[in-house]
Design a binder for this molecule. Sequence first.
Ligand code: F6P
Length: 329
Amino acid sequence: MATFSKKIQKLGVYTSGGDAPGMNAALRAVVRVAIAQKLEVFGVMQGYVGMMENHIAPLTQRDVANIIQRGGTVIKTGRSTEFTKPEGRAKAAANLKAHGIDALVCIGGDGSFRGAHALWEEHQIPVVGVPGTIDNDIFGSDKTIGFDTAVNTALEAIDRIRDTAASHDRLFIVEVMGRNSGFIASHVGLAGGAEEIFTPESTTTVEKAVEHIKEGISRGKSSSILVTAEGQKPGRAYDLAEAIRKKTGWDAKVCILGHQQRGGSPSAADRILASRMGAAAVDSLLKGRCDIMIGTEGERLVEVPLDLVTKSEKKAHLDLVSLANILAT
Ligand code: F6P
């Protein structure tokens, strides 16, 4: 953790990377807590893109009215390759300084935090991160904003798929999001009663899945659901279906849930988490602490150095995958 002594008067806030349900609730908390502490607040539109293009405007309490229940992010988000270069960051820092912005709250994932850490290191702009991503793959926080909602959205879809799978005695492969981690897949797979769960962390193979399904059939099972994380290759459910067809001749149906998992009204758990984290981020900055992320350890909020967050990996627990396996008999 780094510290700074300058008194903050103007605070900037931005959302960055993939949007996540609950980002608006976090934004609302940041704006309202900061204004209650007599700070001026500025919204940076579209994350680092708006920071470099100077799309920065004041935010009042009214600007964040009626957004706690909304998915997405009202100040928009973006992914930027230009900001990964020092020239991009220098442009952004110059815009922030021209507005007199003393400190920032970054609501985003690990890529966003790498940028935030660099802004502090290179331009001494104090930043505190709030983890917002449906993937739940941020080291230093048990939970990220958006994960709970995304799991429930995907689960609702799986429950519907189960109805049609059972009616037709079919095998379905459902693909959920998660580029580097299987948090959504393992949680949704367990909660949705999947036969097998494929995640970037697990060693599940097509052979194992087929064997498991055959065992189920021998016990009278007539339909099955496999869940896979998209991993590095969105659409991998089709590859799995093809591999299963080659091995068994079975016609597995594929359902890719995709970006619908990122949208929708945030769950109560996500709204509460976002409100607490947003408020804590402002509080840390007012105490002169920065270059940190607000994370959770159980129910407790903790401060974790951004350097540690971005250099470490958080992997999904495989015990959920093996439990799902045992229970799907
Ligand atoms: O980081 C969240 C996430 O939804 C990943 O699960 C997914 O792989 C990625 O974003 C997709 O990003 P984009 O919408 O930019 O294609």
